[in-house]
Ligand binder design. Structure first.
Ligand code: AMP
Length: 279
């Protein structure tokens, strides 16, 4: 496991691997690693000759300066966790290395960026596309691994790959959860004990909703989820939408012939948590 901080050095290593005909798997992260990130790493190591994990807290995807400031950073811990999975390169660039000058590119993802996280975090997915496209340019992966926890992000990245005509294969990976069902997230460590305990109500409600879909229509079910979670004094639902898994347009009826995903964002004190379930 080699730690590299410079773009030029990473590129040089990778071009050597490519000359040797090796396949490249890539796992982009913002660090504060947990089992979710490690599951992506594990899959990449299993299915590629070489695996690169990046740790970079990307400033351009934070629309809230306080969120960027408080985002957890614990590189030493991260490296120790990663060492058990034996990826080949950990790329940990400084901001100036990725953005030697400001990135002024504006992506247009249409509907994918105007709903849910796109609507509630203006500029977020543009920042994600900026950093992921730059990282893809450096790493030139064959396969890149993304968690379904950030369901809308996977849709946006797939669209970006199409728009930029890149040859990387995007591999979506299942959501890894804590024992009580809470989706693992780097932001969970910012919760107080009592907030953490109550946060399990989010996934608990989503799982119950999956069963209730047989009895309630789409609008009734959406209202039920929001009311159920908002009953908890520590939780406040920002939105709950049930959408088509590729277009992200809202579902009006269970009869529609598509894969339906219920996506939620909940404010727990100052911390914003997201989760989703497939119906
Ligand atoms: P982040 O460090 O939050 O930018 O996440 C890096 C990658 O890990 C993204 O592809 C996330 O979707 C993925 N990820 C984060 N949490 C989880 C989880 N609980 N299960 C699976 N993947 C996750």
């Amino acid at each position: 496991m080699e730690i590299i901080r410079l773009v030029a050095e990473t590129k040089a290593k990778i071009s050597k691997f490519k000359e040797e005909g090796k396949s490249i798997g890539f796992v982009p992260t913002m660090g504060a690693l947990h089992q979710g990130h490690l599951s992506l790493t594990e899959q990449s190591v299993k299915n590629n000759d070489i695996t690169i994990v990046s740790i970079f807290v990307n400033p351009t995807q934070f629309n809230n300066p306080n969120d960027l400031k408080t985002y957890p950073r614990c590189i030493e811990d991260d490296l120790e966790k990663l060492s058990k999975y034996n990826p080949d390169i950990i790329f940990i660039p400084e901001v100036e290395e990725i953005y030697p000058e400001p990135d002024t590119r504006v992506f247009n993802f249409g509907q994918l960026d105007t709903v849910m996280e796109g609507k509630n975090r203006p500029g977020h997915f543009n920042g994600v596309a900026q950093v992921v496209s730059k990282l893809f340019d450096i790493v030139t992966p064959d396969n890149s691994y993304f968690g379904q926890k950030d369901f809308q992000q996977v849709a946006v990245i797939k669209q970006m790959v199409k728009d930029l005509k890149l040859s990387v294969n995007i591999v979506p990976c299942p959501i890894i959860r804590e024992e009580d069902g809470l989706a693992m997230s780097s932001r969970n460590m910012l919760l107080s004990d009592v907030q953490r305990k109550n946060a399990s109500k989010i996934s608990e409600t989503l799982f119950k909703a999956r069963n209730l879909a047989a009895e309630l229509n789409v609008t009734q079910l959406k209202n039920w989820v929001v009311e159920e979670i908002n009953k908890n004094p520590y939780l406040s639902v920002e939105y709950f939408e049930i959408v088509d898994d590729t277009t992200l347009t809202q579902i009006n009826s269970w009869d529609e012939d598509n894969v339906k995903v219920g996506c939620i964002t909940v404010q727990v004190g100052k911390i914003r948590l997201i989760d989703n379930v497939t119906f």
